[in-house]
Design a protein around this ligand. Structure first.
Ligand SMILES: [Fe+2]
Length: 278
């Protein structure tokens, strides 16, 4: 990948908020800054290749813990496409995959690629890159004191939650479509597009036979969200684009409303009509 990522607005990576589980652990902060530094080199220098991260035993232990816990819940809750895709990409609990190896496989399947990024990016920047079939992807991992929790995207969320779905050509097309929309959206439209992304990419449910299954990255990368999504406290609604783009969400809490998304054909058509208004 030879692209230079443009200036992006994101939180200064070295400033962890006090509630972050790693905020008072200097070793963790140093490590996270080091990994972010690798991503920054890639972003700023077009000749720089994506660097593999030599993950430590502690980091791999966190990965294994989360993977094993999710595995059992995903077998019950995840849609069959996701489970097959995760397996075909060779994602296991034994080791944290590198972006380079995932890129080789994704590029061959759908032309999608992952680019390392230092941290959470503002909505327009993040979504816009999907328009070039690139997902910006953090590489650091959550703090070991709370392996079941992260207040921000990390390598677990990106690789276990998002990456398998990019092997689906329809999903790749849909993601690219959202990205192209983000480039021309005004601020209100961008907010609406962000909600569409939230409910259809992060927290999507799908019908599978008579069952409802999880597809979204926010569900598939969090044991508690995955269990919560199928509990009584959640209202599961039929997809309606107007409803989705007008329903605010709170990223810091469990989701009270989820949408069951219909076929890609319907989703893409509704999204196309929405973006044509921009
Ligand atoms: Fe995400």
């Amino acid at each position: 990948m030879d692209k230079v990522l443009p200036d992006l607005l994101f939180e200064e990576i070295s400033l962890l908020p006090l509630e972050h589980p790693g905020a008072n652990d200097p070793e963790y902060r140093e490590r996270r800054n080091y990994i972010a530094g690798l991503a920054k080199q890639f972003r700023l220098d077009p000749k720089h290749r994506i660097q593999d991260v030599a993950y430590t035993e502690v980091e791999t232990g966190v990965w294994r813990h989360v993977y094993d816990q999710l595995e059992e819940a995903q077998q019950r809750r995840a849609c069959s496409f996701y489970l097959g895709a995760r397996q075909s990409l060779g994602i296991t609990g034994d080791r944290i995959p590198q972006l380079n190896e995932l890129n080789e496989k994704l590029n061959a399947l759908t032309g999608f690629g992952l680019a390392p990024i230092e941290g959470l990016v503002e909505t327009r920047g993040f979504l816009s890159w999907l328009g070039d079939r690139i997902m910006l992807c953090t590489q650091y991992i959550r703090h070991h004191s709370r392996p079941d929790y992260t207040p921000e995207p990390d390598i677990v969320h990106e690789v276990i939650g998002h990456v398998p779905n990019f092997t689906n050509p329809d999903f790749a097309e849909y993601s690219q479509f959202i990205g192209q929309g983000a480039r021309k959206a005004n601020d209100l439209q961008l907010e609406q597009l962000g909600r569409l992304y939230w409910y259809t990419v992060e927290f999507r449910l799908v019908e599978e036979g008579d069952d409802i299954k999880a597809f979204g990255a926010g569900l598939l990368s969090s044991f508690s969200e995955l269990e919560h999504a199928f509990g009584d406290a959640v209202e599961r609604r039929k997809f309606d684009l107007e409803e989705v783009i007008n329903l605010p969400y709170d990223y810091s809490d469990m989701q009270p409303v989820l949408f069951v998304i219909p076929s890609y054909a319907r989703l893409i058509e509704a999204t196309r009509e929405f973006i044509e208004r921009f």
